[in-house]
Design a protein around this ligand. Sequence first.
Ligand SMILES: [Zn+2]
Length: 302
Amino acid sequence: MNSDYKDSYIIEGKLALPYQYFAGLTGSRFIRKLRDEKTICGLKCTTCNHVFIPPRSTCDRCYSPISDNWVTLKNTGTVTCFTVIRYEEPYQPIKPPYILGLIKLDGADSGLCHIVKGIAISEMKTGLRVQAVFAKKTTSTIMDIDYFKVIKPKFEIGYTYDQLEIGMSASFSKTISESDVYQFAGISGDFNPLHMNEEYAKTTVFGKRIAHGALPQSLIAPVLGMKLPGLGTMAVEINTRFKAPTYFGDTVTATGEIIEKIEKKRWVKMALTWTNQKGELIGEGTAIVIPPEPPKETCLEP
Ligand SMILES: [Zn+2]
C-alpha cells in the first residue's frame, strides 16, 4: 500500500478566499449596541421568558418570533464551562494558551462563548464570576468585548453546592502527641486518667495511655471546613463510631467523601473514615454539611 505513495509528487499552494456576509437584522443590532454604546443586549421571549444571548429572532424553545423584545444585560456573569486552547492557528484572536469560557451573563438564560483572562490556567474552574472588558478599538465584531476578566472574591470560599459531585474526597493527617492530648484535656476539661496517667492506663485493656476519642475525631474539621466542601462550610450533623483507640504518637488520617447531594436543602452528606498509620480503621461515620454559598456581588473586587 505504501508503495503507491512513495513516488507521489506534492505541489504546495495557497488559496485566499476573502468574503463578506450580512449579519442579519438581529445580529447587526447586537453588534451596533456593543460597538456604539458598549452595551450587551439579548432578546427575551415574551411567551416563555427565556433570554437569549447571542440574540436570535426566533425562540428555539417555543418558536415564538422575538426579534423586537430587546433587553439590556449586565456586563457580569458566571462561567458555566470552559476549555483551554493550546494549539496555535492563524485565525485565533490571541496567542495560545488561553481560556475559552461559556459565560452565562446575569439576566440571560443562554451562554456566550468568550475569552477569559485574569486567572492562571491551573486555577480556572467553573462557577467563577467574570466581567466584560471592552476593547479600546472597535472591530465591529464580538471582539469589541476584548475579554471577560475574572472577578476575585474578597473572601476565599470552598466548593459551592453546584460545584460538588458525588465521589469527591479529601483527607487531613496529623500525628497525635502527648502535648496534643494534654492540651485537649485542658480544652475539654476531661482529665480522665486513661489519657493522663500512664501507670493507671497500664492496668486497663489498652495497656498504655490513649487519646480522647474526640481528639482524632476533631481532625475531620479541617477536612470539612478547609478542604471539602472547604472554607465557609457549616456542619449540621457529625456521627462517629469509634472502632479502635489512638495511642500517643499515632498518625491519624481523617477522610471525607461526598456520598449524597440533598437537592431540596442544598446540603451534602459525606461518609467519614479515620485510619491510623497502619491503615487500621479507628473510626467511621457520616456528616451532613451546608456548603458555602457563591459570593454575592458585594463580596467581589473587580
Ligand atoms: Zn420562547
